[in-house]
Ligand binder design. Structure first.
Ligand SMILES: N[C@@H](CCC(=O)N[C@@H](CS)C(=O)NCC(=O)O)C(=O)O
Length: 212
């Protein structure tokens, strides 16, 4: 059986949980306390981070890589486009999402980690947090017009691209990120995502508590 080691408030782990519930096959989610990580996590992921997927002798880390594996292993419903051109564009979108927006999410998550148990792994100042919030808001503002005409990022079909973005949209208030009026379309889009059964099932109690 597929096992996913997941953080209960980790946006990257949430991506994998959503895909597991989309597919509806047998799996096990093992909650990892990232403030008190099990010693063997580093053996499964040299970066000592969640999420990690283990299936027989395969061990994978990196949420988007895990999700592409799950999607190929259990092809229904297919969450990556079938044609190579759209698939290539989709991968590029996910790459840029990581580089430009989720790198900033990492900064906010590192701060949570630091304040969580007084763990001084990172030394990030308030100014950097504010810059990260600002960069995220600007990135989402640039994406927003796309949702005025598209139901999902790739058009009519829900895909791994939506999965990759969704955990951030869930955490906007939690991260204290305010989007301006020009973001109406993306805010409407996120309500569509939040209503999906897989999205709701994948939420941990700690994530549910992030939004009233
Ligand atoms: N790029 C990774 C990021 C994973 C990540 O940042 N995980 C965080 C929790 S949200 C973690 O395990 N942090 C513990 C640490 O860095 O010590 C992915 O997409 O899976």
């Amino acid at each position: 059986m597929m096992i996913v080691y997941s953080g209960i408030t980790c946006p990257f782990s949430q991506r994998c949980r959503i895909v597991l519930y989309e597919k509806g096959m047998d799996f096990e989610i093992k909650d990892v306390d990232i403030f008190n990580k099990p010693e063997d996590l580093v053996l499964m992921n040299p970066y000592n981070q969640v999420p990690v997927l283990v299936e027989r002798d395969l061990t994978l880390h990196e949420s988007n890589i895990i999700n592409e594996y799950i999607d190929e292993r259990f092809p229904h419903p297919q969450l990556m486009p079938a044609d190579p051109i759209t698939r290539g564009r989709g991968r590029l979108f996910m790459y840029r999402l990581e580089k430009e927006i989720f790198s900033q999410v990492q900064i906010l998550e590192s701060i949570n980690l630091e304040s969580g148990e007084g763990k001084k792994k990172y030394n990030i100042k308030e100014k950097e947090q504010d810059a990260a919030r600002q960069n995220i808001a600007e990135g989402l503002t640039l994406l927003s017009p796309m949702f005025a005409k598209n139901k999902y990022i790739l058009g009519d079909d829900f895909s791994l691209l939506d999965v990759a973005l969704a955990p951030l949209l869930w955490r906007l208030d939690y991260y204290d990120i305010n989007l301006g009026e020009s973001c109406a379309a993306i805010l409407k889009y996120r309500e569509r995502i939040f209503q999906r059964e897989s999205f709701i099932e994948a939420l941990t109690p700690a994530e549910k508590a992030m939004r009233k």
